[in-house]
Design a protein around this ligand. Sequence first.
Ligand SMILES: Cc1cc2nc3c(=O)[nH]c(=O)nc-3n(C[C@H](O)[C@H](O)[C@H](O)COP(=O)(O)O)c2cc1C
Length: 331
Amino acid sequence: MPNIDILMKRGAEFLGCESAIMCGAMSWVSERNLVSAISNAGGFGVIACGAMTTELLDIEITETKKRTNKAFGVNLITMHPDLFDLIAVCAKHKISHVVMAGGLPPKGSLEAIKEMGAKVIAFAPALALAKKFIRSGVDALVIEGMEAGGHIGPVSTSVLAQEILPEIAEQIPIFVAGGIARGSAIAAYLEMGAAGVQLGTRFVCAHESIAHPNFKKAFIRGNARDAVASVQIDPRLPVIPVRALKNKGTEEFTAKQRDVATLLDEGKVDMKEAQLQIEHFWAGALRKAVIDGDVENGSIMAGQSVGMVKAEESVADIIAALRRETQAAIA
Ligand SMILES: Cc1cc2nc3c(=O)[nH]c(=O)nc-3n(C[C@H](O)[C@H](O)[C@H](O)COP(=O)(O)O)c2cc1C
């Protein structure tokens, strides 16, 4: 009878950890404390670089290394203006895995990461893109469904898994993300061919997470149906939807889109600047909620699995529970 370690072997070996359970990078949340706790508990933590400067990333990696000697990754956003300098910071620290988020990486960036000896993990929101990434030499993929918290694609995790795993899971390790909170789902995706999984929402309320108590309370109170995707109001302004708990902040986003669309109309900003303004809005709004605890006006990014987050627990307890449930489901 296969046990969890057999099914997770490929993913765990690829990541260099015991359990092929990644904690997806979460801006403001995935910093030194949570990342080191995840890796120390046998999972794989990923620092969210988000809008960090090179100096801040340098400090964050140094501080994470003081807290763990296990492997962890760094998440870089492809549209960051200093992407290549951030890659250089990762190289300086001999980071083993770089997770690229935010679409197709700019020319030369994959090569730069591979040159420093690190493995590249990319997000593939569709089969065609997954194949393109494989051709361009990425080492592993995360397929993330729209159940997830934060920026999301249009397709659900269950459909992505059925569509993508049978075609390419043998070629490179695939990690399934979005809507996973229990081991029963992990077991199912492993049996479908996934090398491992990535969770975000489930780890936000860990004791080791520095998220403000108000942010954690909102998660513990939240139900699946409260975690809604933002709506695009102007067809000319393609904004990537964001899943977050409903509050005043989600309404403010509609107003923000209207303002940016007006600036576009008046020719005061171009499309790139307009989209950047939208992204800065999210980064600021998320900070307001995660760090300052303003869960009325800030953005409480959360996945639909938020309804299964019931209490604050230690990372070790969360990972132990996930492993227990996975093994039980496999058995
Ligand atoms: C509060 C929050 C912030 C996030 N920030 C990022 C980010 O900065 N970069 C990124 O690649 N993904 C981000 N994500 C997505 C997670 O890395 C992860 O893929 C996702 O949470 C998995 O789905 P789940 O929430 O259903 O577990 C974020 C998710 C949440 C909940």
